[in-house]
Design a protein around this ligand. Structure first.
Ligand code: ADE
Ligand code: ZN
Length: 337
């Protein structure tokens, strides 16, 4: 592998647009918080928990992911988790991150939604990188539950830039959440949704047409539908692709079979992200390295992916341009235009 290219990719300025903060909870922190909060875990130690991270699909991961999140009870827990992620992001030369959180996972256990949001937000304010919050609705729950969650979050509206849709995809199509997304749109929130990870390309289409999302999370199955691919490219809808996640959850058998390069070649605004880094074997740079080691990606692709990460962000235009200029200046040193 070209070590200079890897060095360039690791050090380039970048944004992360698909990170579930609960998925950044490392086993060591899970055990520390379990002890601090007196929560019993099903595993005797960190090694046993890590050994259970052997997933065969999205649901087998989600079962363990929700169990891990059960140790989060206090505002300080959410702060500690977020501060740990932001330190990792900084080390990976992330300049800006748009962080997903799942309030229903916590409110169902009696945690006040204000504690969830304040803890994450406090770490973002102190954090070493620019960070904003996207509140996700759990699609395996009802739309009524999502509407109630939105109501509960209204006092914190200004701390959130957008909403998303995550959890078990198949059997829970985007259109199930038409009303709650329409309300969020009226509130001026940005809209994203997971679609085309395990679910069919039709879910990408209804996420766009019914929910009116601005970005698709994952979206890798888009390429199964040529007309949809042309549309997503023409509309400049970004896809937040998560390479290591896709291998761990068996969306692709191996990284060599990952379609990131085909997505870029189709003219799609694809980005690279970590999804749930504590569970899938690495943070953002590990995702870039895994993709660049296995796929015929070069310097031009690195430059494109760094640009895409900011282009697809919900940053204000001026801030976005500053970061894009920083990316271009970084690559100018390597004679890439
Ligand atoms: N929640 C956390 N990670 C997820 C993923 N990859 N897909 C759907 N829901 C999630
Ligand atoms: Zn995700």
């Amino acid at each position: 592998m070209n070590t200079q290219l890897l060095h360039i990719v690791q050090n380039m300025p970048k944004a992360e647009l698909h990170i579930h903060i609960e998925g950044s909870l490392e086993p060591e922190l899970i055990f520390a918080l379990a002890e601090r909060n007196g929560v019993a875990l099903d595993y005797p130690n960190v090694e046993a928990l890590r050994a259970a991270y052997d997933f065969h699909d999205l649901q087998s991961f989600l079962d363990i992911y929700y169990a891990g999140a059960s140790v989060l009870l206090k505002e300080q827990d959410f702060y500690d988790m977020t501060a740990a992620y932001l330190a990792k992001a900084k080390a990976d030369h992330v300049r800006h991150t748009e962080i997903f959180f799942d309030p229903q996972t916590h409110t169902a256990r009696g945690v006040p939604i204000g504690d969830v949001i304040h803890g994450i937000h406090r770490a973002c304010q102190e954090g070493p990188v620019s960070a904003t919050l996207i509140m996700c609705f759990l699609r395996h729950l009802s739309e009524e539950d999502a509407l109630a969650t939105l109501d509960a979050a209204l006092p914190y509206r200004d701390l959130i830039i957008g909403v998303g849709l995550d959890s078990s995809e198949v059997g829970h199509p985007p259109e199930k959440f038409a009303r709650v997304f329409a309300r969020c749109r009226e509130l001026g929130l940005h809209l994203v949704a997971h679609a085309g990870e395990e679910g069919p390309p039709a879910y990408i289409e209804t996420a766009l047409d019914v929910l009116k999302v601005e970005r698709i999370d994952h979206g890798v199955r888009c390429l199964e539908d040529a007309a949809l691919t042309r549309r997503v490219a023409a509309e400049g809808i970004a896809l937040t692709v998560c390479p290591l996640s896709n291998i761990k959850l068996r969306v692709f058998d191996t990284m060599k079979e990952h379609n990131l390069l085909q997505l870029l070649d189709a003219g799609l605004v694809a980005t690279v992200n970590s999804d749930d880094p504590a569970y899938f074997g690495g943070y953002l740079n590990e995702n870039f390295v895994a993709a660049f080691e296995s796929l015929p990606l070069g310097l031009q692709h690195a430059h494109q992916l760094a640009r895409n990460s900011f282009t697809a962000s919900f940053l204000e235009p001026e801030k976005k341009q500053q970061f894009l200029d920083e990316v271009d200046a970084y690559f100018a040193a390597f004679n890439v235009v």
